[in-house]
Design a protein around this ligand. Structure first.
Ligand SMILES: Cc1ncc(COP(=O)(O)O)c(C=O)c1O
Length: 294
């Protein structure tokens, strides 16, 4: 059973309530972050809080509690969960308002923190790789709804995921309006070609993923050349390796893309996945993590 808090107050899963008039529910008007903690230490908390603040700023939403209170509350909810490793969902809604989407009518925005376990894929899929498709639905462009805003409205990605479900695949990759690779439904995309790591620039319609930037830093540290590049489906079909990154996903290897099998050997992925594990379980080598114990 998950543990949670609303506006800094702990509540049990049974007692947690949200008004049906909250525009977070009625219109997807709000923003969120997904975080992970390992051995009770939140991974890259600072980056997630900055992104939350930026998302909120972009939609002109004032956080109902301070970031210090959010940090305190996250710590409290982690303790209440009894988990040592887990997932944190931090969301901020616009608050209660009249029917009609005007955010100017809304009061009492809610900062909700939920801690639970999360396994995005089965251990077998993580080992053998997931099967992905290229979705027919396109990622929204910056001038439609900037993908850097982590908003409560994920219908764009949900429709892509539905396509994956119908095709019997594990995940979908979305192209942008120009037909270039943007990102997965809740993850960023990397390919390896000739031992070089490539990922689409955020400007191509991707979230500026925290895990994405960690992986890019790890690659540089391991001497793996890493750069941003415009990628098309062709680049995925013909890659030596492909993998997905995200807080929920961590690093997940891709076995096939729209029926095209990728080589089963994944030397670059394996090195990076090993380095990632090492990093999240040894936060003393991670200057930006915030200690949640003691
Ligand atoms: C659309 C989208 N892209 C990418 C990511 C990966 O970002 P991060 O590594 O910060 O979790 C997420 C994570 O939720 C996401 O929702």
């Amino acid at each position: 059973m998950y543990a949670c808090s609303i506006n800094g107050l702990m509540c049990s899963a049974e007692d947690a309530t949200l008004s049906v008039a909250d525009h977070g529910l009625l219109y997807g008007d709000g923003v969120f972050e997904g975080l992970r903690f390992y051995q009770k230490q939140v991974f890259r908390l600072y980056q997630h809080l900055v992104r939350l603040q930026d998302s909120a700023k972009a939609i002109n939403l004032e956080l109902p509690i301070s970031t210090d209170e959010i940090v305190r509350s996250i710590k409290e909810v982690i303790e209440a969960s009894g988990l040592s490793d887990g997932y944190i969902r931090l969301l901020v809604t616009r608050g209660e308002g009249a029917m009609g989407l005007d955010p100017g009518n809304c009061v009492n925005p809610k900062a909700i923190i939920i801690v639970d376990e999360l396994a995005m894929v089965a251990p077998k899929a993580r080992l053998h790789g997931v099967n992905v498709i290229i979705a027919s639905i396109r990622r929204l462009s910056v001038d439609q709804l900037d993908p850097r805003i982590k908003s409560l409205n994920y219908l764009n990605q949900i429709l892509a995921k539905q396509e994956a479900n119908i095709a019997g695949a594990d995940e979908a990759i979305l192209l942008n309006q120009s037909g270039r690779i943007a990102e997965g439904t809740a993850d960023n995309v990397f390919v390896v070609r000739d031992n070089q790591l490539l990922t689409p620039p955020v400007s191509e319609g991707a979230l500026d993923g925290v895990t994405r930037s960690v992986v890019m830093d790890l690659a540089r540290g391991l001497g793996i050349h890493c750069s941003e590049a415009l990628l098309a489906s062709y680049d995925l079909f013909t890659a030596d390796e492909c993998f997905l990154t995200g807080t929920g996903a961590e690093l997940i290897p891709v076995a096939s893309i729209s029926g095209r099998e990728l080589p089963p050997e994944r030397p670059v992925y394996s090195r990076l996945a090993g380095a990632f594990r090492n990093l999240v379980y040894n936060p003393e080598i991670e200057s930006n993590s915030v200690l949640m114990t003691g």
